[in-house]
Ligand binder design. Structure first.
Ligand code: ZN
Length: 113
């Protein structure tokens, strides 16, 4: 059995990172329309419109869900197998995208999910 500790650490780090980003986006939304003191980063976020925030929000949530699934799969011992067809996901793909839940051919057949 392979040791997945490094992958797990990487996923958890990534999860924390995007969770923070999501919290900042939601915080920014709550303040919309109200005058407030802002640091530079918040101002930068505010110039983006709600549509952009929605899209960003959605993609972060999707990635968070994927990471959670991947962590579950690590524990279950099914990490690295495609969710759709059950074939092993290429090592290169997993290196580039540790939370990939589907192999290249399945992901290309239905890119968004
Ligand atoms: Zn597949």
């Amino acid at each position: 059995m392979k040791n997945h500790t490094a992958v797990q650490r990487r996923l958890l780090a990534r999860y924390g990172e995007i969770q923070d980003r999501l919290a900042r986006i939601e915080g920014d939304r709550r303040h919309t329309g109200k005058p407030l003191e802002q640091d530079f980063e918040e101002q930068a976020i505010e110039v983006q419109n709600d549509e952009v925030l929605d899209a960003l929000d959605g993609s972060i949530r999707l990635e968070m869900a994927q990471i959670q699934r991947t962590l579950t799969r690590l524990e279950a011992g099914t990490y690295g197998l495609c969710e759709s067809c059950g074939q092993p996901i290429a090592g290169k793909r997993l290196q580039a995208l540790p939370h990939a839940t589907r192999c290249v051919s399945c992901a290309e057949a239905a890119p968004t999910r």
